[in-house]
Each structure stands twice: as structure tokens, then as C-alpha cells.
Design a protein around this ligand. Structure first.
Ligand SMILES: *[C@@H]1O[C@H](CO)[C@@H](O)[C@H](O)[C@H]1NC(C)=O
Ligand SMILES: *[C@@H]1O[C@H](CO)[C@@H](O)[C@H](O)[C@H]1NC(C)=O
Ligand SMILES: *[C@@H]1O[C@H](CO)[C@@H](O)[C@H](O)[C@H]1NC(C)=O
Ligand SMILES: *[C@@H]1O[C@H](CO)[C@@H](O)[C@H](O)[C@H]1NC(C)=O
Length: 441
């Protein structure tokens, strides 16, 4: 794609540089290529730990073929891959948003963030108690493991996505829960992660996982079919049509609250673009404007995770056999048993938002959907509710914040919900000017 044009066209290219978008793109690609090959020659050391040989670290597949030449990492298509990973569906087939229909407030918060960050997100209906009966739940060896309709509904909403993926043998999908929050620059952030992720897979000698689907079993990679699905490389190379190389993993978390210890030394750290502002550390090492990609030790919180079609099949099958744990706990157990190959990025790039205190929303039960079947569900803000949060709202122009407890402050450089007012309203606009009887300062 890069080679022949630039030499002959040099003189006119300079002249046309300002006008031609195409030419600019080609030149940038060429520039990128040169810089990257130079860095490669210098044997840029990746911060991949040496400790790869932990027991059981096999299920990513060990290379059975000829020995890989590790210094010759092929960066063909790197820019195209990064561009795809930063498109409006972040390089996935689609982004789905699981939300209870009645939570219009969360739908609106998602819409505002998607608008500012340039994302295309599809609604996916949550499963409410009225949509579930016991007879329609999978068996469970723990008779009364969990009866909460909220927890059952949560499992089923995720399982509905997996089921659809399995039925369609769908390319990877990014699943977001309704309280997901992200940075205004999420697209460039994901491009940056993508560039490192392929390097990371290369460094750990990852190879494709088996494709157990009918198509995978009966159309092997040597088939002459032009379908790119069946000719996926088994080793990690940049690929614009599947930038996250979904044949190499089952699950990829971008929004975990916490993560297990297992395999934490299988990692890659790099200086990130739009890094989190806060102070984070990774097992004692401070992350100074850097991020870490790691083999997952099992995530808590399903705020934002991608699933591949073979991952969806594993999750659906395991849950159908024995629903003995809430969905996120069971998924964590599958990662820890190494039946599921999972990666994550730290600190995460998607977090949960919550309402600020003192604006009457906690009283309504707005902070969670899991407990909707308890305490009579939602209610109105009572007359005597504490409303001291509004003083702050009128100055900051936001009712949202990152949920406390799971994260340090400063997970985002520019949290979309926090900067929405500044970005959408005219410069210098103040909420109090359009408020009726604004609270005194
Ligand atoms: C983003 O890129 C992925 C991978 O190439 C592709 O499947 C998806 O359709 C693209 N999204 C859009 C909106 O074009
Ligand atoms: C990857 O393979 C190369 C060559 O076979 C080997 O030298 C290297 O130690 C392997 N790396 C890991 C993380 O297994
Ligand atoms: C973070 O990195 C910058 C630039 O590399 C350096 O100047 C600074 O001292 C570092 N801060 C900490 C806390 O390590
Ligand atoms: C508000 O009123 C209810 C019932 O009258 C009472 O139980 C509750 O403690 C009051 N809350 C506050 C914050 O005063």
C-alpha cells in the first residue's frame, strides 16, 4: 500500500500537500513506517516481564510451528489497525449498551458521552424481573444460590448478547453496562492501546485459539475462500478488519473495577496518550502517565468488556450448565480456571459513574439497578432530602462523577460527563443563570 507513489511524485506532492487529504494520509503512513522501523532496529525494549512460565500458562497456545523471529516484528498495517480500533465502534463489530428501558437518565448520559466522544452505540434491553421465570433459568447445583431477580436479570441481559453472538457467529462485540463513563478522547486512547496490544500478543507468543464453530471446523485456514474470517493469521499481525485480533482471546476488559492477582506479571507497560491524571500503581510500581496491558486474573464489574464469538460460546455454555454464581463472579472463575483467555487494560478506560451526593438521586434508588426488586423498587425524592449538592452543581455544570470506592480520583484526563457542559454550552455559560431560585453560594 505504501511503496510506489511517493518517489516520483515528490515535487508535485509537496505542492499538493495542502489540498490532498489522500496524499497527506499516504505521507503520514510512510513517516509512521520509517519511525517505527527505526525504533524496531534499536530493539526498543518492551516492558514485558520475564516471568512468563507460570504453570498453566498454555491456553493462549504455544507456537507449534517454526521458531518465531522475535526481533522482526512485522508492523505492516499498524496505522490501519490503529485507525480501525479508534473508529466509532472502537474497532469492534458493534458496541451494545445494556440498559433498563425506564432508566432514561442513563440513556441520556450515554447519548451525551457518545456524542462528545464520537461513538456509535446500540441499545440492548436489560432484563427486568417481569421478563424472568425460574423455569427459564439454567440449572444450578446450589439450590438457593441467588434468588434476586436483579442478579438474575443482570446475568440474562449479558447472556442475551452472548446468545445472539453465538447464533450469528458474530465478530467481537463490546458490551457496556448502563452506568459506563469514559474520556472525551476515548477513540485516540483505544488506537494507542491497539498499537501496544498487538505488540504485546507478539511478545507473549500468542497464537489463535481454536474456532469450534461449524465454519471454523469445516473451513480450515488453508481454504481458498476469499472470506477473511477463515484466513486469519494464527500469529499476531496488525489487521484492519479485526484490529483487536479476536481469534486470540475470549474476553477483553476495558472497564473492570478490580482484578485478580493471577498472571499479573504477564504484562506490557507503555507511556499512554491521554493518560489518566491520577496516581496509580501496578503491584507496587507507580504508573506515571503509563498504562498496562495484562493477561487478566479475572475481572470484577462488567462495565465494559469485549467478547469474541468463541468467548461468547464458552460463556453461554458454562452458564447454561450450572448457574451457581452471579454472572461477574462466574466469569471471573472461568478466567481463573483458564478456560477463558482474557486480557485487560489498567487503569481501565471505562469506569462507572454515579450521581453526586446531595441532589436527591440516592433517595430514589437511582444509583443501582441490581436491587430494584428490594425495598419496593424506586421512589420519589422525599421532601426532606438533603439537597446540599446543588451548590456544587451550579458551578461545575455536572451532576455526575466517577463512582467512589473502586478508583482513585483522576481516572480520566477529560471525563466526558464532567466536561459536557463546557463543551456543549457557549463559552462562559453558567447553569445558575437559567436556574429558578438557584441555591445561594
Ligand atoms: C470499525 O472497525 C471494525 C473493524 O474493522 C469494523 O468491523 C466496524 O464496522 C467499524 N465500525 C464502523 C462504524 O465502521
Ligand atoms: C517466545 O518464543 C521465543 C522463541 O521461541 C522465545 O525465545 C521466547 O522466550 C518466548 N517468549 C515467551 C514469553 O514465551
Ligand atoms: C513522571 O515522569 C516524568 C517524566 O518522565 C518525571 O519528570 C516525573 O518525575 C515522574 N514522576 C514520578 C512521580 O515518578
Ligand atoms: C425524612 O422524613 C422521614 C419520614 O418523615 C424520616 O424517616 C427521615 O429520617 C427523614 N430524613 C431526613 C434526612 O431528615
Amino acid at each position: 500500500m505504501l511503496e510506489p507513489r511517493s518517489g516520483r511524485l515528490y515535487a508535485s506532492a509537496v505542492a499538493r500537500w495542502q489540498r490532498s487529504r489522500h496524499l497527506r494520509t499516504v505521507t503520514w503512513l510512510l513517516f509512521f513506517f520509517l519511525v517505527i522501523s527505526f525504533l524496531n532496529q534499536c530493539r526498543l525494549r518492551l516492558a514485558v516481564s520475564d516471568a512468563f512460565h507460570s504453570p498453566g500458562w498454555k491456553n493462549v497456545g504455544t507456537s507449534a510451528g517454526p521458531v518465531q523471529d522475535h526481533d522482526a516484528f512485522d508492523i505492516t498495517n499498524q496505522a490501519a489497525s490503529m485507525e480501525a480500533a479508534g473508529n466509532s465502534t472502537l474497532g469492534f463489530n458493534k458496541i451494545v449498551f445494556i440498559n433498563v428501558k425506564k432508566r432514561y437518565d442513563r440513556e441520556d448520559a450515554m447519548a451525551i458521552q457518545a456524542y462528545l466522544a464520537g461513538l456509535d452505540i446500540e441499545d440492548y434491553p436489560a432484563v427486568t424481573p417481569d421478563m424472568i421465570i425460574s423455569a427459564g433459568m439454567p440449572p444450578s447445583h446450589r439450590i438457593n444460590a441467588f434468588k434476586s431477580a436483579g442478579i438474575r436479570g443482570c446475568y440474562r441481559a449479558h447472556a442475551n448478547v452472548w446468545s445472539e453472538m453465538v447464533r450469528k457467529r458474530s465478530p467481537p462485540v463490546l458490551i457496556m453496562e448502563s452506568d459506563a463513563a469514559w474520556d472525551i478522547n476515548l477513540r485516540p486512547i483505544m488506537s494507542d492501546i491497539n498499537k501496544q496490544f498487538v505488540k504485546f500478543l507478539h511478545k507473549i507468543n500468542s497464537t489463535s485459539l481454536p474456532d469450534p464453530s461449524y465454519a471454523g471446523r469445516f473451513h480450515s485456514s488453508s481454504s481458498s475462500s476469499s472470506s477473511s474470517e477463515n484466513t486469519k493469521p494464527s500469529k499476531p499481525v496488525y489487521d484492519r478488519s479485526d484490529p483487536w485480533l479476536s481469534s486470540h482471546w475470549d474476553l477483553f476488559s476495558f472497564g473492570q473495577c478490580r482484578e485478580g492477582h493471577q498472571d499479573h506479571d504477564i504484562k506490557l507497560e507503555w507511556p499512554a496518550v491521554h493518560p489518566p491524571a491520577g496516581k496509580f500503581s501496578y503491584y507496587g510500581t507507580p504508573l506515571n502517565k503509563t498504562r498496562v496491558l495484562r493477561k487478566s486474573g479475572g475481572i470484577i464489574c462488567l462495565t465494559a468488556y469485549a467478547v469474541s464469538h468463541q468467548g461468547a460460546a464458552k460463556l453461554l455454555l458454562r452458564h447454561a450448565l450450572d448457574l451457581d454464581n452471579p454472572v461477574d463472579v462466574l466469569m471471573q472463575r472461568m478466567v481463573m480456571s483458564r478456560d477463558v483467555v482474557a486480557y485487560s487494560v489498567n487503569p481501565p478506560v471505562v469506569a462507572q459513574w454515579a450521581y453526586r451526593d446531595g441532589i436527591g438521586m440516592a433517595e430514589r434508588g437511582s444509583q443501582s439497578d441490581v436491587n430494584i426488586d428490594q425495598n419496593g423498587g424506586y421512589q420519589d425524592t422525599p421532601e426532606n432530602a438533603t439537597m446540599n449538592g446543588w451548590k456544587e452543581v451550579q458551578h461545575t455544570g455536572t451532576v455526575w462523577k466517577a463512582r467512589k470506592g473502586w478508583y482513585n480520583d483522576g481516572l480520566f484526563e477529560n471525563m466526558a460527563l464532567a466536561v459536557a457542559w463546557k463543551n456543549i454550552m457557549p463559552q462562559g455559560a453558567e447553569l445558575r443563570r437559567s436556574m429558578r431560585n438557584p441555591p445561594k453560594k
